[in-house]
Design a binder for this molecule. Structure first.
Ligand code: NAD
Ligand code: MG
Length: 387
């Protein structure tokens, strides 16, 4: 084995970040932690830094800088604070791979800096591709940087494409669990609480993506993510509900042949694959047993009830700054739902109103995306207040 790969984890204290550290801990010969960052969870960041001894940590919330510094300075770990620090640390020479495991639009600028610096991206932060996929894809191409998907569906597609060289994709099927409210009607959904929405049947994830999974917005964001990762048109992307979450996604080629990637739902697998690509590393993750799953089932997603998926599909088809509007409106809607300001079924209303309100930009610059994001947030917050 060659030298250890140096890893920077943006969002180390979250669901993906902590699982990435478990992967690294299991393979100390292969990986080395160079950078750990967090937004607010200083205690866990300190604990992780004491254990993994990175070169640098970043705490985005500046108020918490002193607390982190007081413990880690004695350990010879550099401590930075503030949102701009993320954009700088990803450029460090000792980093090979940047895992983008932070949530939402907040990941955009640091992902761009990391690509600019020529780092391989292990991409969990799907919102970055939803907002500015055209800019990210073009920059990665220009800098010859690989974007390795961590999202399980996209990792599945990526794994199915290994060895296919230039064989064109006819279409892909993104599988969806259907979330905690699969099969429920509007009447039921209008009364659900955030506690119910935060219980996902198959995956244990951060709060924002768990709510997105309950509204099916997550699958909408994933369609747009797939469009940019695999250079597909909207027509080539389909969603199929597969409640067992064993088939993680499917690629169909021009001869009609279909390849799927399967396994028990465990995010450590796609995280590890992104880190070890093009190799596979041994793992002790639990193995699948066919006899525990006598049947796999498939359904059409109910886009009339779960309107977010329909809105996301329309946003993908129109393009321009519309997916950026969709994402910002959704971030505000989810936050408002988690703060009990709006009801479950009002989340798509926030998104739809923003989509109707914000001016269309056909070929946005990075600055246009930042402005669109700002404007949408302001409008979405006003709309939330008016509900
Ligand atoms: P999480 O909420 O558990 O963790 C988020 C991490 O990002 C934390 O470390 C937090 O400190 C940091 N963070 C949050 N906001 C920030 C900001 N404004 N600036 C800097 N840091 C910030 O989230 P998660 O579930 O781990 O998801 C992370 C990303 O991975 C999301 O984009 C999500 O869609 C994607 N993803 C997650 C899963 C999963 O299983 N959790 C699966 C697929 C994709
Ligand atoms: Mg996913």
């Amino acid at each position: 084995m060659g030298k250890q790969k140096g890893i920077a984890i943006l969002g180390a204290t979250g669901s993906i970040g902590t699982q990435a550290l478990e992967v690294i801990e299991a393979h100390p010969d292969a990986f080395l932690v160079e950078v750990l960052t967090a937004n607010n969870n200083a205690d866990l960041l300190i604990e992780q830094a004491l254990k993994f001894k990175p070169n640098v940590v970043v705490i985005s919330n500046e108020v918490l800088y002193q607390k982190v510094f007081d413990v880690l300075d004695a350990e010879d770990i550099k401590v930075y604070a503030g949102h701009d620090a993320l954009n700088q640390v990803v450029e460090m020479d000792t980093i090979d791979i940047v895992l983008t495991a932070l949530v939402g639009f907040a990941g955009l600028k640091s992902t761009i800096s990391a690509i600019d610096a020529g780092k391989t991206i292990a991409l969990a932060n799907k919102e970055t591709l939803v907002v500015a996929g055209d800019i990210i894809a073009a920059l990665a191409k220009e800098k010859r940087v690989a974007i390795l998907p961590v999202d399980s569906e996209h990792s599945a597609i990526f794994q199915c494409l290994v060895g296919e060289n230039a064989n064109p994709i006819e279409k892909i099927y993104l599988t969806a669990s259907g979330g905690p409210f699969r099969g429920k009607d509007i009447d039921f959904l209008s009364k659900v609480t955030k506690e119910q929405a935060l219980k996902h049947p198959n995956w244990d994830m951060g709060a924002k993506i768990t709510i997105d999974s309950a509204t099916l917005m997550n699958k909408g964001l994933e369609m747009i993510e797939a469009k940019w990762l695999f250079d597909l048109s909207a027509k080539q992307i389909d969603v199929i509900v597969h409640p067992q979450s064993i088939i993680h996604s499917i690629v169909q080629f021009e001869d009609g042949s279909m390849k799927a990637q399967m396994g028990l739902p465990d995010m450590k697998l796609p995280i590890q694959y992104a880190f070890s690509f093009p190799n596979r590393l041994a793992s002790d993750f639990p193995r699948f047993n066919f006899l525990d799953y006598p049947s796999f089932t498939f359904e059409k997603p109910d886009i009339e009830t779960f309107r977010n998926l329909k809105l996301a599909f329309e946003a993908m088809e129109v393009g321009g700054n519309v997916p950026c509007v969709l994402n910002a409106a959704n971030e505000i809607a989810v936050e408002a739902f988690l703060q009990d300001k709006i009801k479950f079924m009002e989340m798509p209303n926030v998104v739809e109103n923003c989509l109707n309100k914000i001016n269309f930009v056909a070929k946005p610059s990075l600055n246009d995306y930042v402005e669109t994001d700002n404007e949408t947030r302001i409008f979405a917050k006003e709309f939330v207040k008016s509900i």
